[in-house]
Ligand binder design. Structure first.
Ligand SMILES: [Zn+2]
Length: 114
């Protein structure tokens, strides 16, 4: 294994570990732990940018793009479903939509795309 591959592997490992820690902190459900969780995610994003490692999709879609907090239903975001989409609303007001139903026709795919 080349040196660059090892570096990227370690970076990815650290991103996953920081996400794990952020998840543990957000479940404590108080203001200080939420700030700490945001900080862990910020560090994970810096590692991702610095070592040019893409954030795993499962982690990327759980981070609010506005305030950087970890979207956790029941703690800092609400989830509702509408027209084949799950709509996540963060406490800061930012809204993200994720498709949960597969589109059947090509027209529906085009209409549903951003
Ligand atoms: Zn937010």
């Amino acid at each position: 294994m080349k040196n660059a591959e090892v570096v990227k592997k370690i970076a990815l490992f650290r991103i996953k570990r920081l996400f794990q820690l952020a998840e543990e902190r957000i479940k404590d459900n108080n203001v200080d732990s939420e700030e700490l969780s945001k900080r862990y995610l910020r560090i994970a994003m810096e590692i991702s940018r610095h070592y040019k490692v893409s954030m795993p999709l499962g982690i990327r879609e759980r981070i609010c793009k506005e305030c950087g907090s970890l979207l956790t239903p029941g703690i800092n975001c609400s989830v509702r479903s509408s027209g084949g989409f799950l709509i996540y609303k963060c406490t800061c007001g930012y809204i993200t939509r994720r498709r949960y139903k597969r589109a059947t026709s090509p027209q529906a795919v085009r209409a549903g795309s951003r």
